[in-house]
Design a protein around this ligand. Sequence first.
Ligand SMILES: [Zn+2]
Length: 288
Amino acid sequence: MKPVHATLGPEERQRYLRQLAMADWSEEDQLKLKGLHVTVLGIGGAASSILNNLLLLGVGTVEVFDNDVVELSNLNRQFVHTVEHLGMSKAESFGIYARRLNPNVEVVAKQVRIDDTTCEKNLNPQTDVIIDTFDKWSFRFIVNRFAAERQIPYLLAGVVSNCFYTSLLRTPDTPCLSCLLGRFQRAAFGDSFQASIFPINILPLAALGSFSLAELIKYLKGGKPSNQFYFGSLYSMPQDIRFFSLFLSKHFRKISEQQGVHWGSEWTAEGITKVAISRDPDCPICGK
Ligand SMILES: [Zn+2]
């Protein structure tokens, strides 16, 4: 976190009036937000809701990475892009959206693909949090390693069809991504599931934006991660859960079952499921 800015300007005080009026939200909290440098990976559907909330909340700096251009099939859910921006890079399109929504937030938007050759060169090791909305698991594991080695808080955020999931990870206080969802990290197998058109319901996206950033706010106020994994399911959809279950590590399955959460074909839950998480002692990234 950068040194907390001394004050809020008059425009900011007016803009954030309602949130500053909340009993559990002080000017000091608002200044902590203003001091944050947040890195967001991906400017798609999951990121739209998260980025929108970051802008509205009033974080200091948002640095975003996405290599794609805006396509018509994005517009049913990626609301930071508009029909006027078809063909434009998502980075540039988001920059325009962000300036209109909250010019107090500094936005650095880059059209860069983050992979094993570009990760170290492009990601800021001083960032306060990395929010990973990538839909490719192989990219996620590269970023997980980067964050875990530097003890940067890593906010996992994603959707699977009618469901969303999120967790704030910061080793060694929490597990890393590999401890929980590390089943396919050595092979591109995880990505091959996503080669065809990946089904996404738009409805879980807003919930993802709320639950993921609530974890960030709790961390900001309390100074430590909650060590919870949130899984939200709009309807009881066993096929979605079966698909998601493919990615779970043995360790995560075990700790889930100890808490009465059964992934896979036995799943019957609807609504929000919380699993208290712990490190896998055999994790190849953060174990032992
Ligand atoms: Zn780990």
